[in-house]
Design a protein around this ligand. Structure first.
Ligand code: ZN
Length: 159
C-alpha cells in the first residue's frame, strides 16, 4: 500500500493525476494546470463534475447535498469547510446544490437537506441527514470510511 498511487481528478481543470499515496499530504499539484489538488475547502461540483469525480477519483468523496433556501445548510457550511481541512487528503469534500443538480438529488433520493453522503469505490457507502458540527462530521466520515475500506483491505491482504 505504501508504494501505491491514487488517481485524483483536479478540482480546477478536471485533469487526471496519479499521485503516490505517501505524498498525498504534501500539497500535490495538478500536472495539467499546476494548481493544488487539495484546497482545504469543499469543491462545488456540478452534476458532470460529480460524475467525473465518482468515476475517476480514487479517494472517498464526502458530499454535502444542500440548497440556497435551506437555513440549516447555511449554518452547516462553515462546519463542513472546517471538516475539509481535517479530512483531506484522506477523502475529498464536495458540495452539490440540489437546485443546480436536481437529477442527482432525484437519483440518490435526497429527501431532506442538508444530507451528507460518503461515496467510495464509485458507490454510496454511508449517509447522514441533518446539520452537524465539524467534529461530528469528521468523526462520522472517518468511521464510515474505515468501514468502507475494511473489506477492500482484507482482499488486498489475501491477494
Ligand atoms: Zn488541473
Amino acid at each position: 500500500m505504501a508504494n501505491g498511487t491514487v488517481q485524483l481528478v483536479c478540482p480546477h481543470c478536471g485533469g487526471l493525476n496519479r499521485v503516490p499515496e505517501a505524498r498525498l499530504g504534501e500539497g500535490p499539484r495538478c500536472g495539467h494546470c499546476h494548481q493544488t489538488l487539495f484546497e482545504g475547502r469543499p469543491m462545488a461540483l456540478s452534476e458532470a463534475g460529480f460524475r467525473r469525480h465518482l468515476r475517476h477519483d480514487g479517494l472517498p468523496l464526502l458530499v454535502d447535498f444542500w440548497a440556497s433556501w435551506c437555513g440549516p445548510c447555511h449554518a452547516m457550511a462553515p462546519e463542513f469547510e472546517a471538516a475539509a481541512r481535517m479530512l483531506e487528503p484522506r477523502m475529498r469534500l464536495a458540495k452539490v446544490s440540489t437546485e443546480e443538480a436536481p437529477a442527482l438529488a432525484a437519483e440518490f433520493g435526497i429527501s431532506s437537506i442538508p444530507t451528507l453522503a460518503l461515496f467510495a469505490g464509485g458507490q454510496e457507502v454511508a449517509r447522514q441527514s441533518g446539520a452537524m458540527p465539524a467534529s461530528r462530521i469528521v468523526a462520522w466520515a472517518n468511521r464510515a470510511a474505515d468501514q468502507a475500506a475494511a473489506p477492500a483491505a482484507g482482499r488486498a491482504g489475501r491477494a
